[in-house]
Write a protein that binds this ligand. Structure first.
Ligand SMILES: NC(=O)CC[C@H](N)C(=O)O
Length: 249
């Protein structure tokens, strides 16, 4: 356990640890699948914003009492079949689907978003970028709604910069689903400027109807420190959910 008195100080703890920062009392789990890449950055971002970061293993059947869960980016199961198609059947996903149904906050980042779609916690699918190449860039986004547990600390209409890096980021869904997402305020993020991957309606991220499950292709966990990033806009994803968890206490 760290004796840090601020989230900044708490960020000096080693990656992968479970130290409680005591800054907020929130416990946020990050699931590691075989092939996950960004789990350590997600754990670090959680600590940096003042919550306890809890590493969760995909083959476990316990969410260890966490308040919220992040499915991180990467290449789970080597992207075989389709991105996220195998990870969706990991034992922990059964627990996660049940917990999400009960209102637990769940954030899927890139490969995590792909897994959430494969698990039908979010509608639609992610397909190969229309440019047929892996895209990696600082991406301008518009926050379309602050009415989710992961975007409470943003203003609707605000523009932010978050890293985008994927090969299969084209969001698709049938016309009826897209109309429902648009009509029910479930499009959470939209690409600003040239569409980087062919996503329908420039959609970069969506939420379920309840606003507790959010998936997006860009990577907020990489935009939390000025040393490595042109923006720290990613921090507010984590502060949003921490604030939400605190309202439940
Ligand atoms: N950064 C990621 O999570 C990549 C996701 C997936 N492997 C893709 O290339 O689309």
């Amino acid at each position: 356990m760290t004796t840090a008195t601020s989230p900044e100080q708490a960020s000096t703890t080693a990656p992968g640890g479970t130290e409680r920062t005591d800054a907020t009392g929130a416990r946020i789990g990050v699931v590691t699948f075989p092939g996950s890449l960004d789990d350590h950055d997600a754990l670090r971002a959680v600590r940096l914003t003042g919550a306890e970061a809890v590493p969760l293993w995909h083959a476990s059947q316990s969410l260890e009492g966490v308040d919220a869960v992040i499915l991180p980016g990467g290449f789970s199961y080597g992207d075989y079949l389709r991105c996220g198609a195998i990870a969706r059947f990991s034992p922990l996903m059964g627990e996660l689907i049940e917990a999400a149904g009960d209102g637990m906050p769940v954030l899927g980042i890139c490969n995590g978003f792909q897994i959430l779609c494969e698990a039908h916690l979010l509608p639609g699918a992610l397909i190969r970028n229309d440019v047929r190449t892996f895209v990696c860039r600082d991406q301008r986004l518009r926050v379309e709604t602050s009415d989710t547990v992961w975007t409470r600390d943003f203003l609707a209409g605000e523009e932010i910069t978050i890293v985008l890096k994927n090969g299969e980021g084209g969001y698709v869904a049938d016309a009826e689903t897209v109309a429902r997402l648009e009509g029910e305020d479930q499009v959470v993020f939209r690409y600003v400027g040239p569409n980087p991957n062919g996503s329908v309606h420039d959609i970069a991220g969506i939420t379920n109807a309840r606003g507790n499950v959010v998936g997006l292709m860009p990577h907020p966990e990489h935009n939390v420190e000025t040393l490595t990033s042109p923006s720290v806009d990613g921090r507010r994803f984590f502060s949003s959910v921490i604030g939400f968890v605190q309202t439940l206490r």
